[in-house]
Design a protein around this ligand. Structure first.
Ligand SMILES: NC(=O)c1ccc[n+]([C@@H]2O[C@H](COP(=O)([O-])OP(=O)(O)OC[C@H]3O[C@@H](n4cnc5c(N)ncnc54)[C@H](OP(=O)(O)O)[C@@H]3O)[C@@H](O)[C@H]2O)c1
Length: 246
């Protein structure tokens, strides 16, 4: 008799928390993970948009939690709503163009709080609460801006590359529990984040040998890093950019 074929890319039976699930990449990742059999905990700030994601989740027993992740009390509320997570995907974030010469302390703080402080402190609280299961997978949404310079993206770039430092240290700290910690570094993907930069997005096409990517491309990378197929991968970042940085 043939042994059953086990699909290492399956998310069947896994519980996955996705932040930034009310829009763009987070929304897409949540929907795709549910299609692969995962139970989702989704979070975002905007109630209506979060509900729209929730309505598109295949399967049952998903949970939605409205939260502003820059607020410690909202993060605490979210942590209280989960246990035994097999996956955590940090997608909440924002990008603002501003040359360093014109930078204000307020802008720097805003970019820091949502792109760096929120994912790091949410991870800290979840680990402290033992809410991430053994062999779980933690995934930070980075950007090619973490790897290369881009005019006007200094603060955003700094936060995303700062997360690479956290990823490497946390990967070592959590290896004893077989929890993996990785990042995904996408280049430009058309999401609501680009709504006010349509011209810039158009200009991006020329620097991508394989053309621009789609939210599905990023979701496929996330599925790999959340699944048992990546059980030996930790402390790294998957650059997904259609060849832009080469
Ligand atoms: N799109 C790209 O080209 C690209 C490329 C590289 C990396 N990324 C990264 O991918 C991630 C997702 O980007 P996206 O393109 O999907 O952007 P998006 O469509 O603008 O979505 C951003 C998400 O972050 C959430 N968010 C923002 N501030 C928050 C806060 N204070 N508390 C909780 N949630 C908050 C938003 O929630 P609400 O809508 O509910 O406010 C929304 O769900 C970001 O980290 C971004 O840096 C994107």
């Amino acid at each position: 008799m043939n042994a059953p074929v086990i699909n290492p890319f399956s998310l069947q039976g896994k519980t996955i928390l996705v932040t930034g699930a009310s829009s763009g990449l987070g929304q897409h990742i949540a929907i795709r993970c549910a299609q692969r059999g995962a139970r989702l905990v989704i979070t975002g700030r905007d109630k209506a948009r979060l509900q729209a994601t929730y309505d598109q989740l295949q399967g049952e027993s998903h949970v939605q939690v409205q939260a502003d992740l820059t607020m410690a009390e909202d993060r605490d509320l979210l942590v209280q709503s989960v246990n035994a997570l097999d996956g955590l995907v940090h997608c909440a974030g924002m990008q603002k163009h501003c040359p360093v010469r014109q930078l204000s302390e307020q802008l720097m703080n805003d970019i820091y709080r949502v792109n760096f402080l929120a994912p790091v402190m949410l991870t800290q609280s979840l680990l402290q609460a033992n809410a991430i299961a053994q062999q779980g997978s933690i995934l930070f949404m980075l950007s090619t801006a973490a790897h290369i310079g881009t005019r006007g993206l200094g603060p955003y770039s700094a936060m995303k590359s700062g997360l690479i430092g956290i990823i490497k240290c946390l990967a070592l700290e959590q290896a004893k529990r077989k929890i993996r910690v990785n990042g995904i570094s996408p280049s430009a993907i058309a999401t609501p984040m680009w709504d006010v930069h349509q011209q810039l997005l158009e200009e991006q096409k020329a620097r991508h040998p394989l053309g621009l990517g789609t939210p599905d491309d990023v979701a496929n990378g996330a599925i790999y890093l959340l699944s048992d197929a990546s059980r030996w991968v930790t402390g790294t970042s998957l650059v997904m950019d259609g060849g832009a940085v080469i």
